[in-house]
Design a protein around this ligand. Structure first.
Ligand code: NDP
Length: 237
């Protein structure tokens, strides 16, 4: 029997990149999985067809939409909040509305989704938020607003672990370094600069991040909570 057979999972932001790898891994392990997407309807349809997961369109910047998805699924065992965007650039030049939208998606989305999911989550449930090593370290200019959102995830994970711990629900973040996705292609223009900070100078593949998710949502990780799990090739070392 697969490790997650009988578990019900929701992945916010599952259509592409790291989120798609997480959906593939959770379904491979037997979890009955639903994922959300915002704009990539074609990719979402293809992934649902490939994995058997269910898909729902919901913008993570819209608290009511996220709450409706969570409430509609009833009692979950696993919530993974992956949806995120990166608005990078000179702080004096960035569009403040774009920065606010990033804060909505990267900070308000995970917080409200976690709280709403916890209302009906089974004892022993699992909440994982995809943060970033940039929550710890931002060694280049133009990343202040993005780093702000990922540092906020750290505080939320610590606090919610305390709130939900009495029910055996764990709350953790994963902090990737560079990962080969549309957001940060392995052959993109920032490749050499990013690799210069790393002990192992390469992008991770999305499946490597999904492997850490699989551990944290699995039966061996019941005492792991309130922690940030960095997987970054030594970017933050
Ligand atoms: P991609 O841009 O490749 O994919 C982002 C995914 O999130 C897509 O499935 C997208 O769905 C979904 N998404 C984005 N905005 C929303 C929204 N408003 N509502 C619902 N879903 C949304 O990014 P990655 O896979 O690279 O990143 C995933 C997470 O990992 C993010 O939180 C990111 O900050 C984090 N991360 C990434 C790193 C990297 O180097 N790639 C490094 C460290 C952290 P759709 O296309 O349907 O809109």
């Amino acid at each position: 029997m697969a490790r997650l057979t009988g578990k019900r999972a929701l992945v916010l932001g599952g259509s592409r990149g790291i989120g798609a790898a997480i959906v593939e891994r959770l379904t491979d392990e037997g979890a009955e999985t639903t994922f959300t997407y915002a704009g990539s309807a074609g990719a979402a349809e293809a992934l649902a067809g490939k994995t058997g997961a269910s898909r729902v369109q919901a913008d993570s910047a819209d608290r009511a939409a996220v709450a409706e998805v969570v409430a509609g699924l009833g009692s979950l065992d696993i919530l993974v909040v992956n949806a995120g965007i990166a608005v990078l650039g000179d702080a004096l030049e960035l569009d403040p509305a774009e920065v606010d939208r990033m804060i909505d998606i990267n900070v308000r989305g995970p917080y409200h989704a976690a709280v709403e999911a916890a209302r009906e989550m089974k004892d022993g449930g699992r909440i994982v938020v995809i943060g970033s090593v940039n929550g710890d370290r931002i060694p280049f200019a133009g990343g202040a607003a993005y780093a702000l959102t990922k540092s906020a995830v750290q505080g939320m994970v610590r606090g919610l672990a305390r709130d939900f711990g009495p029910r055996g629900i764990t709350v953790n973040s994963i902090q990737p370094g560079p990962v080969n996705t549309d957001m940060n292609p392995a052959e993109g223009p920032m490749k050499d600069m990013m690799h210069s900070f790393m002990a192992i100078p390469r992008h991770a593949e999305p499946g490597e991040i999904a492997g850490m998710v699989a551990y944290l949502v699995g039966p061996e990780a019941g005492i792991v909570t309130g922690a940030q799990h960095t997987i970054d090739g030594g970017f933050g070392a």
